[in-house]
Design a protein around this ligand. Structure first.
Ligand code: NAD
Length: 264
């Protein structure tokens, strides 16, 4: 069999698994947004204007220099706003809207899955999408953790201009921070518990555009396999080790995902 016939066979197998599955968990990473023009973590090189991303994406970094951290997140947020959901985001939004027990867990913070769902005419609910690592479009108080409304533009030119909590006492109104899970911070225990339960119960875990180097997200596909489920991986450079219940679709998300989910 030549390569293209093998690819077709893999695609048919993956579609038949999804067609039979009752519970499906979709896990996405930054690769799904690459075709929308948003660099993946590794493409960005882990550096921004000479600063290490690990220094910016941390509570220590925020406390040291909140203006620099807000400037970085604001640049990413505005870039994500200018980007559009691509064919893979759209296909997932349509797939989730057309069935039950289909849940999306994303490691992305760019809000493109949520925007694709809105474009599809379906406001994605908290039960349908879990943004595992936070969202650039949310902010919360550094002290009391309450959420605040995100202004269209954040002025990070001085500490006085940064957004502050509307609930903390007037004398010491605390700074708002991006609602992103930073290095050294734990995921929300509810998200973690819910997601691990979904991965264990899933008939199919569909993994798209992630290097699976970040935990605990990386534990989810092995968890599905361990409980007897099947895993489908979409990535031009697949990372999961071979397994009888794994099918790998080596290709870009924007091309593969619409073909995989069409009509299901
Ligand atoms: P990663 O950079 O480690 O891996 C990206 C993966 O995507 C790679 O395996 C690569 O082969 C694959 N890929 C590249 N182009 C693709 C395409 N067109 N279609 C399908 N796959 C493609 O990213 P990660 O695994 O998501 O982990 C890095 C962390 O960085 C995550 O925690 C995430 O929150 C964060 N991050 C998010 C964004 C975003 O929100 N868009 C962007 C950068 C980083």
């Amino acid at each position: 069999m030549n390569d293209s016939a093998q690819d077709d066979t893999r695609l048919c197998t993956a579609r038949s698994w999804l067609a039979k599955a009752r519970r499906v968990l979709i896990l996405t990473g930054s690769g799904i947004s690459a075709e929308s023009g948003i660099p993946t973590f590794r493409d960005a090189g882990g550096l921004w204007s000479g600063f290490k991303v690990a220094d910016l994406a941390s509570l220590d970094g925020f406390d040291r220099d909140p203006c620099r951290v807000w400037a970085w997140y604001e640049e990413r947020r505005q870039r994500a706003r200018q980007a559009s959901p691509n064919a893979a985001h759209r296909a997932i939004a349509a797939y989730i809207a057309s069935g039950s027990d289909r849940v999306l867990v994303t490691q992305n913070v760019d809000n493109l899955h949520q925007r694709a769902a809105v474009q599809h005419g379906d406001a994605i609910g908290a039960d349908d999408v879990i943004d595992f690592h936070g969202n650039l479009e949310r902010m919360r108080c550094r002290r009391c953790h309450c959420y605040g409304e995100m202004p269209p533009v954040i002025d990070a030119s001085s500490r006085d201009a940064l957004p502050r909590c509307g609930r903390c006492g007037k004398a010491e109104r605390k700074l708002m921070r991006p609602d992103i899970v930073w290095f050294g911070e734990a995921l929300s225990p509810e998200n973690l518990r819910a997601t691990q339960a979904l991965a264990s119960a899933a008939d199919v875990c569909l993994v798209i555009g992630t290097s699976l180097e970040v935990y605990p997200a990386a534990d989810l596909p092995p968890m599905t396999l361990m409980h007897g489920g099947q895993v489908i991986e979409v990535n031009p450079r697949p990372v999961l080790p071979g397994h009888p219940r794994l099918v790998t679709l080596a290709g870009k998300a924007g091309e593969m995902v619409p073909r995989l989910l069409a009509g299901l």
